[in-house]
Every structure is written in structure tokens, then in C-alpha cells.
Design a binder for this molecule. Structure first.
Ligand code: ADE
Length: 410
């Protein structure tokens, strides 16, 4: 679908008004132009908040190329507005996998100095499609799945340039993964189904930061939440938070809704589908569409039809049905509008400042996965306090001295 430029501009203006931390960075970038003449290729979920980031980098002097982080996560109106603003944007909601891959190849052909990635597809391509790192100074990574891939690349000794792990900054995962995913996954489920959460038994697979957010929000809406886990520490965390923790094979029998948030494959597989409660809604919130096995759904189903936009009914031989939401792609962007603006304000400010950091210091950094510098994380935390109307106490001189006396003694 061709997007509506004016609507896209309106959507971007709305989120910008709710992204004050990024706006302050943009104002500084307009004055200091840290990216003057530099080329940045980004593979991100192309929607209004992402547009605010792209335009911030552009305001800092960068030539920005942007492709989608997922074939279903694009807002075509934001694309139209971005193109009109001069950002080379190759994304279309519902694009084919081939179009998606070709757009990522185009991001590499743009010969970037900096890469901003969500899921590490562009970094992966930069390691397979070319014999060297080209002009790439470094990359930044937005999401848990991408960081797992980067760490594997680094462990094999193959990572060619420094990569900044934005995901694990405090101001990212504590807010984006937990509260952002918690809210936006529900937004996606609401939009797809228009059904009630209260009184339903909801199964959340995976109790990482994203799973914690989803489980907490579902409980807040009155669902009876069961968590599934493979990690004993997370399982105890979930139990002490008051959730039942059961194996998927057991949980699936009573699930009205299953949300997968694990980063792994076949979390809902054939054995689970065979015992799944009739009418169960299946939604994936992980980065890739492999958590709910569509091949297993197709193998078992005797009938298949779309009953609402992006709600597919699979009918099994015994008459039970299951509903797959959003093609099994990340539900918060496939049928929802992504994380709230105030959350992406924090994540994308970290991205903008990490990109600036790479430009200034990337040549000194080893080809490894690096944390966001503590000073940047703290700067974002302090700036974030203002709109949230949080007041901080300050240590007295005596308290500072008291703390220092402990460190002096060690
Ligand atoms: N909007 C832009 N990027 C996003 C992300 N990684 N998750 C959710 N919403 C987003």
C-alpha cells in the first residue's frame, strides 16, 4: 500500500511531542552536526518513532538509509513522510521475504560508516556478503535476539567491527523490554481480536524482561497467567511473583491465549497443538516468526481461513480450532503500533548517542560487543526524569564520605 505522506507527518509530529529526550538530542545535533556527511544504514521497525530517530540523525548531518526490521512491522504512512524528508527508506508493510532481503542488501550497498540494527540481519549480511568491513566503523544493536547473534559472532572470532549492545543498557531493557513490550503486545492482541483478556487463562512462554512485562500486564487486565520457562532462576522469579509455572504441554491444555517471548524456535510445536484448548489464540512477541510452528499448524489442520484481518483460524480433525494472530510475526508491530512513544524516546536516544559515540571512539574499540558507556546510560536516565516528574534526593557530604570510607578500605 502507498502511504499517506500527510498522515505520516502527523503521526511523526505526535510521537515527537512525546519524545522529549530525543528532541533535546536533535536540537544539539542541529547545532553541532556530529554526523556531517556520514552514511548511516539502519534496519529497524519503520514506524513513526523510528522516523523520529532517522530524522534526528539526519538533522545531525547524516545521510540515512532505512530498511524494515520485519516484513510486517512497517507503517506505510511513516515511510511516505520519511521519503519526502529525504531519508532513503526501503520498506512496505506486508513486503515479501525477497523484498525484505533485497532492502537489507541495499542498506549494505549504501556503503555505511555506521550501522543501526534491530535483530542483527544487516550485521550478519555485512559478514557474509563482503570479504572485509568496508567503511564500517561499528554498529549498534537494539534487541535481545540481535545481541545473542552478535555474541555468537564475537565468540567465533569473526566479528569484524565493534558493536554496541544498546539492548542491555539499563535505560533500554528495564523500560523498553518490560513496559514497552508489556503494553504494545497487548495493543497488538486487542487490535487483532477485539476480545476480552479478563477471565482468560493466558500462557506466557519465557520470563525474560519482555516476558515479565507481558505477564504483568496480562495479569493487570484480569487474566489468570501461567508462565513457561526453561531457566530455573527465571522460573522461581515468576513463581514468587505469583504466577503458576508449568510445562507448555500441560499449560496448552488450559490456555485461552499463548504469547511466546523466548527468542527460540518451536515453543508451540505439534505436540502442544495436539492438546491445545479449543479456541486458543496464538501470538508471538519474539523477534522471529519461528516460535509458533506454522509448519506444525499446517500439518495438523484440516481447514484454514482468515476470520479477521491477520487472524487465521486453523481447524483440526477433532473439530478444535486455534487462531494464529499477526502471521506469527511480532504481534506488537504486526497488528499493534509498537512500543509507546515515551519508551522509544529512551531506547532511540540511547541509539543516537551510541552512534555518536562510535563515530568519536569506534576506531579505538576492539571488534567485540561493547556495552553502552555508563555515562550515556546515566545521561538518558537523568534526562528521562523530567517528563516523569520524578524528584531525586541528593547524598549529603557526610553520606558521600561514609560511602567513600567503604571503598577506601577495599
Ligand atoms: N518501534 C520501533 N522499534 C521498535 C521495537 N524494536 N519494538 C517495538 N516498537 C518499536
Amino acid at each position: 500500500m502507498v502511504g499517506d505522506r500527510a498522515l505520516g507527518e502527523q503521526k511523526i509530529a505526535w510521537v515527537r511531542d512525546h519524545m522529549p529526550v530525543l528532541r533535546a538530542v536533535r536540537e544539539r545535533f542541529e547545532r553541532t552536526r556530529p554526523f556531517e556527511g556520514r552514511t548511516i544504514s539502519a534496519v529497524l521497525h519503520v514506524e513513526a518513532k523510528t522516523a523520529a530517530l532517522a530524522l534526528t540523525l539526519q538533522a545531525g548531518g547524516a545521510r540515512v538509509h532505512l530498511a524494515a526490521g520485519n516484513p510486517l512491522s512497517t507503517d506505510d504512512d511513516a515511510v511516505a513522510a520519511l521519503r519526502a524528508a529525504g531519508v532513503d527508506t526501503l520498506a512496505r508493510k506486508g513486503e515479501s521475504v525477497e523484498e525484505y532481503n533485497e532492502a537489507i542488501r541495499a542498506m549494505l550497498r549504501a556503503d555505511p560508516e555506521l550501522i543501526i540494527d534491530d535483530g542483527a540481519d544487516l550485521v550478519a549480511l555485512a559478514h557474509t556478503a563482503r570479504p572485509d568491513r568496508g567503511r564500517i566503523i561499528g554498529s549498534t544493536e537494539e534487541t535481545t535476539t540481535g545481541v545473542v547473534r552478535l555474541r555468537a559472532l564475537a565468540a567465533s572470532g569473526k566479528l569484524r567491527f565493534p558493536a554496541i549492545d544498546v539492548n542491555d543498557a539499563d535505560m533500554k531493557h528495564l523500560f523498553d523490554n518490560r513496559y514497552g513490550t508489556g503494553q504494545s503486545v497487548l495493543d497488538g492482541i486487542f487490535s487483532a481480536t477485539n476480545l476480552l483478556i479478563a477471565g482468560r487463562t493466558a500462557v506466557v512462554a519465557g520470563y525474560g524482561w519482555c516476558g515479565k512485562g507481558v505477564a504483568g500486564r496480562l495479569r493487570g487486565l484480569g487474566a489468570d497467567v501461567i508462565v513457561t520457562e526453561v531457566d530455573p532462576v527465571r522460573a522461581i522469579e515468576a513463581r514468587l511473583e505469583g504466577f503458576r509455572v508449568r510445562p507448555m504441554l500441560e499449560a496448552a491444555r488450559e490456555a485461552d491465549l499463548i504469547v511466546t517471548v523466548t527468542g527460540n524456535r518451536d515453543v508451540v510445536a505439534e505436540e502442544h497443538l495436539k492438546v491445545l484448548k479449543d479456541g486458543c489464540l496464538l501470538a508471538n512477541a519474539g523477534h522471529f516468526d519461528i516460535e509458533i510452528s506454522r509448519p506444525a499448524l499446517e500439518r495438523l489442520a484440516t481447514g484454514h481461513r482468515e476470520v479477521r484481518p491477520r487472524v487465521e483460524e486453523y481447524r483440526f480433525a477433532d473439530g478444535r480450532v486455534a487462531y494464529l494472530l499477526g502471521d506469527g510475526r511480532l504481534i506488537n508491530l504486526a497488528t499493534g503500533q509498537g512500543h509507546p512513544a515515551e519508551i522509544m524516546d529512551l531506547s532511540f536516544t540511547l541509539q543516537a548517542l551510541s552512534a555518536e559515540h562510535l563515530l568519536l571512539h569506534g576506531r579505538e574499540l576492539a571488534p567485540a560487543v561493547h556495552p553502552v558507556p555508563r555515562s550515556i546510560d546515566r545521561q538518558v536516565a537523568l534526562a528521562a526524569l523530567a517528563p516523569f516528574e520524578v524528584g531525586l534526593d541528593r547524598l549529603t557530604e557526610a553520606q558521600e564520605k561514609y560511602l567513600a570510607s567503604w571503598t577506601e578500605g577495599t
